[in-house]
Ligand binder design. Structure first.
Ligand SMILES: Nc1ncnc2c1ncn2[C@@H]1O[C@H](COP(=O)(O)OP(=O)(O)O)[C@@H](O)[C@H]1O
Ligand SMILES: [Mg+2]
Length: 643
């Protein structure tokens, strides 16, 4: 594996490639094979290593038996021709030795099969272990990679990379150890037997046939791999398109774009169709060519042997043996095209996986990083500047303090950089200049694990796991008791909603939590953060998805949770943060104002104008509600319409 290069933290992150196909260019076959070795010869698993050794022993014995079969066949044939009754006489009895030869032939064939099965079993254990170990490594690594990496890549594509790589390992082990190595061994044995019973000319014929055969097979397979790659690409493409389209089911309906989606999917499938047909066509070329080359070699050696029989230098048994041996050799050779193709294919599939493993996490713990020690939980941003992409600065020289145990609010127009501040504090990204500290410790100097354990986040868009409500709340702290989970649900005001569900806490929330409303999802997210109980709390428009009635209720809960905790609130509705100890007003990535609500109103700047605009809107809403209520009381509207 190549050494990891860490980008210096002060500079911009290196631009990462955006497509999975770019990744495969960075690894090659040899690094893949080298990378695979520790998985098939696993350190610390002497049992598995023993299996590998046993498998090789069985493999050699199996091949020795294999090569004995045509020899026994030859001996039997020679005996039979020698004991043929002369014309006109009645036949004799089958001698014991000949019966023995025929029985040995049958036994040899059975043993060949049985030994192969035993060998397969040994290798399967090793192979499956390698699949599991490598998958676990990759999965863990994927979670280490940056948020940027995951935002730029398509999850459907990633999961298929893992799926394919698992198949790739299996293929390489199966094809390499179970086909390639045994075939080479068999070829060597065939040559030895030919030298003993025939002469070097036969060896030359068989070897050159095999070499020509292999050359043709590899060249044709190379061509087929190109086609196969195209097939993979279009398959990937069609798949991500389908997943994306189905994830956006509602959006597709909003815009009536079902046909556009179908066309897009169909276009990708058309590419696949074309490549798939070419794959079959090329298979025909490969098979025919292989058969032609091998048959020529076999015919030639049989012709030589036949001449030898007539000349008296060889027996009929020799003639029969050379045919039996060649046909026997053809069987594994016939697989060589597939072996080559599958091994290459396995390598291609694994390349992407290994390239993923070599992808450096953008945010990494410093060597010897210590755990964050939270004494009071004071946060400080010092001249922080940050950009997601080099040429578009998002935060510009931001400085502020969140004193321990206080609540500081960040407000400002959409796109001002509010959520970016929370992502930086959580260290999803490293900043380009300045410093972010918690109790005087730079977030880049402590371990990510300890930093993230200290911060509870209720994000702007909550996504839930496709599991039960119970599972999603308990996710906040997996060792929480039932009573604690219910307490957290109560604090987040979701308990009454759960009580109305027929399955209560065991209700499934659907993929990404889509079966819950925005408000319900948000409250589940609040409950799981309450359960986590961190010293620092970060609420990113945590109540923006709620109606104002529910918002008031939850606000109480949030205020209670926030008490005695350092809290950073990103607020959409200003009415929810009037009591904040300090309010930061962000506009276009700059901190334009800060102070308490009263101070900022006094100042009559951006905050004051945002405030009056929201007040007006709220007043209008209240008046409307009042008017409706009066109308209802007067009987003009049915009370149901008010809901
Ligand atoms: N992962 C990202 N890559 C590039 N730009 C981003 C990314 N996330 C957010 N931005 C941009 O950064 C700006 C600030 O975003 P954000 O902090 O989410 O704003 P808000 O104040 O609404 O929370 C926006 O203009 C947004 O387009
Ligand atoms: Mg935001």
């Amino acid at each position: 594996m190549t050494p990891h290069h860490r980008p210096p933290t002060s500079s911009h992150p290196k631009p990462q490639s955006s497509g999975l196909s770019d990744l495969s260019a960075r690894a090659n076959h040899w690094t893949v094979i080298a990378g695979l070795l520790p998985f098939v010869w696993p350190a610390g698993r002497p049992d598995l290593r023993l299996q590998v050794v046993l498998a090789f022993i069985v493999l050699v014995i199996a091949k020795l038996v294999t090569i004995m079969v045509p020899i026994v066949f030859k001996e039997a044939t020679d005996w039979l021709t020698a004991n043929q009754p002369a014309a006109g006489t009645t036949g004799g009895v089958l001698a014991l030795s000949a019966t023995g030869l025929i029985l040995a032939y049958g036994f040899g064939r059975v043993m060949m099969m049985v030994l192969n099965q035993i060998r397969d079993l040994f290798f399967t254990k090793v192979g499956q272990h390698a699949v599991r170990a490598l998958n676990a490594r990759t999965f863990q690594h994927l979670h280490k990679l940056s948020l940027r990496f995951h935002l730029e890549r398509r999850t459907g594509g990633l999961s298929r990379v893992i799926e394919r790589a698992a198949r790739g390992i299996e293929l390489i082990i199966r094809m390499g150890f179970l086909q390639l190595v045994p075939t080479v061994l068999e070829l060597a044995l065939v040559c030895i037997v030919l030298l003993i019973y025939f002469d070097i000319v036969y060896v030359a014929i068989v070897l050159s046939t095999v070499v020509l055969y292999m050359w043709f097979t590899f060249a044709a397979s190379e061509w087929r791999i190109q086609i196969r790659r195209e097939m993979n690409d279009s398959d990937n493409d069609a798949n991500t398109k389908a997943i994306d389209s189905l994830l956006n089911f509602e959006t597709v309906k909003y815009f009536g774009n079902e046909e556009l989606e179908t066309r897009r999917f169909d276009a990708a499938m058309a590419r696949y169709e074309h490549a798939a047909i070419r794959t079959y066509y090329s298979l025909g070329v490969l098979n025919s060519g292989q058969a032609a080359i091998f048959t020529i070699g076999m015919t030639l050696s049989m012709w030589l042997a036949a001449r030898g029989v007539v000349a008296g230098t060889h027996t009929v048994g020799d003639f029969v043996m050379i045919n039996a041996m060649m046909i026997q050799l053809y069987m594994p050779l016939n697989f060589m095209g597939m072996v080559y193709r599958e091994i290459k294919q396995g390598l291609v599939d694994l390349e992407t996986m290994f390239a993923l493993l070599e992808e450096n996490p953008e945010v990494e713990d410093k060597p010897g990083a210590k755990a964050l020690v939270v004494q009071h939980g004071g946060i400080r941003f010092d001249n922080v500047s940050f950009a997601y992409d080099r040429d578009r600065p998002i935060l510009k020289d931001i400085s502020f303090d969140v004193p321990a145990g206080k609540m500081v609010a960040i407000v400002g127009p959409s796109g001002a950089g509010k959520s970016t501040i929370s992502r930086i504090l959580f260290r999803f990204y490293d900043i380009q200049s300045g410093a972010v500290t918690i109790d005087g410790q730079d977030v880049r100097d402590v371990t990510q694990k300890s930093l993230r354990a200290a911060i509870g986040v209720v994000p702007q868009d909550t996504v839930l796991f496709n599991d039960t409500i119970h599972y999603n709340i308990r996710y906040g702290r997996t060792d929480a008791t039932e009573a604690e989970i219910e307490e957290a649900a109560k604090l987040a005001q979701i308990d009454r909603f759960i009580a109305t569900l027929p399955e209560g806490y065991r209700t499934m929330v659907g993929e990404r939590g889509l079966k819950l409303s925005g408000g319900e999802k948000q409250r589940v997210a609040i409950a799981r953060t309450i359960l986590k109980g961190p010293p620092i709390l970060m609420l990113d428009e945590a109540t923006s998805a709620l109606d104002s009635h529910t918002e008031k209720e939850i606000q109480d809960a949030l205020d209670r949770v926030a008490r005695n905790r350092t809290t950073l609130v990103i607020a959409h509705r200003l009415s929810t943060i009037v009591h904040a100890d300090n309010i930061l007003v962000l506009d276009g990535g700059r901190l334009v104002e800060q102070g308490t609500h009263a101070e900022l109103i006094e100042r009559n700047g951006l905050y004051a104008s945002l405030w009056s605009r929201q007040r007006q809107a709220e007043k209008a809403r209240e008046e409307l509600a009042q008017a409706l209520e009066e109308a209802a009381r007067a009987g003009a509207i049915r009370a149901d319409d008010l809901v």
